[in-house]
Design a protein around this ligand. Structure first.
Ligand SMILES: Nc1ncnc2c1ncn2[C@@H]1O[C@H](COP(=O)(O)OP(=O)(O)OP(=O)(O)O)[C@@H](O)[C@H]1O
Length: 224
C-alpha cells in the first residue's frame, strides 16, 4: 500500500528526491498522452508540461507539405522540448512531460527513411539533438501508451483536427515500428512502463496503477 509522504525540512531527502522525479509520457499520435499526463500529474503531485499543438507554427504547413517543412518542424519541436527541459531543471519540482524529447528523433528518422527529410538535414538535426542532449535532464521513468496504428488512426479521425486529415496508415505503421526499436533501446537506460487504455476504465485509474508500479521500481523517490 502506498503512503503519502509529506516533504519535510527535517527529512531533507524527501525534498531532494521529488525534484528528481521526471516522468515522460510516450506514445503514437492520439494515444491519449495528454489525458494520462494530466492524471499522473494530479496523482503524483507534479507539474505537467504539455505539448502545445495550437501554438505550433509549423505543424499545419508540415502536414500540407512534409518534404518542405519536416526540418523546420523538427527544429521547432526540439527547441520547445529543450525549453521544457530547462524549466523542469530550474524549477526543481520534477514534472510530467507530455511526449519525450527522444520521440522527436523517432519522427525525424521515419521522415528521413521515407525521404521526406533530406539526409544532410537529418544529420544536422541529429548533431544538434546530440549536443543539446548534454544539457537535458534524463527521465526517471517513461510511461508508454500502447496503441496500434489502426487505433491511432481511429482516434485521429475521432478528434478531427483539420490539419491531421492527411495522416495515412502507412505513416502510422512506420512510426509504430520505429517506436518498437526506440522502446527496446531506451528501456536499457530508463525504466519503461507500458500501459494500454483498454486495460482501464478511466485515465485516473491508469495513473494510479502507474504510480503503484513506479513505487515498486527500484528508483529512490518520495511521492506526496
Ligand atoms: N517530432 C515530430 N515530428 C512530426 N510530427 C510531430 C512530432 N511531434 C509531434 N508531432 C505531431 O504533433 C501533433 C500532436 O502530437 P500528438 O497527437 O501525439 O499529441 P497529442 O494530441 O497530445 O496526442 P495524445 O492524444 O496522445 O495526447 C500530431 O499531429 C503529431 O503527429
Amino acid at each position: 500500500m502506498m503512503q503519502n509522504i509529506e516533504p519535510s525540512e527535517d527529512r531533507p531527502w524527501t525534498l531532494l528526491e521529488k525534484e528528481n522525479m521526471f516522468i515522460g509520457i510516450s506514445g503514437l499520435i492520439g494515444a491519449g498522452k495528454t489525458t494520462l499526463a494530466t492524471e499522473l500529474g494530479k496523482v503524483m503531485g507534479l507539474p505537467v508540461y504539455y505539448e502545445p499543438v495550437i501554438d505550433n507554427v509549423y505543424l499545419s504547413d508540415f502536414y500540407k507539405d512534409p518534404k518542405k517543412y519536416s526540418f523546420n518542424l523538427q527544429i521547432y519541436l526540439l527547441n520547445v522540448r529543450f525549453k521544457q527541459h530547462q524549466q523542469i531543471i530550474w524549477n526543481a519540482k520534477g514534472g510530467v512531460q507530455d511526449r519525450t524529447i527522444y520521440e522527436d528523433s523517432v519522427f525525424a528518422k521515419v521522415l528521413r527513411d521515407s525521404e521526406l527529410m533530406e539526409e544532410r538535414d537529418y544529420r544536422t538535426y541529429i548533431s544538434l539533438f546530440t549536443n543539446m542532449s548534454n544539457f537535458m535532464k534524463k527521465n526517471t521513468l517513461i510511461v508508454h501508451l500502447d496503441v496500434t496504428p489502426e487505433e491511432s488512426l481511429e482516434r485521429i479521425k475521432l478528434r478531427s483536427r483539420d490539419m491531421e486529415t492527411t495522416i495515412t496508415i502507412d505513416y502510422l505503421r512506420s512510426l509504430h515500428s520505429a517506436y518498437d526499436s526506440f522502446l527496446k533501446d531506451i528501456s536499457k537506460q530508463i525504466p519503461v512502463i507500458r500501459v494500454n487504455y483498454s486495460q482501464f476504465k478511466t485515465a485516473e485509474q491508469m495513473a494510479r496503477v502507474v504510480y503503484e508500479e513506479y513505487s515498486k521500481l527500484n528508483i529512490t523517490t518520495f511521492i506526496n
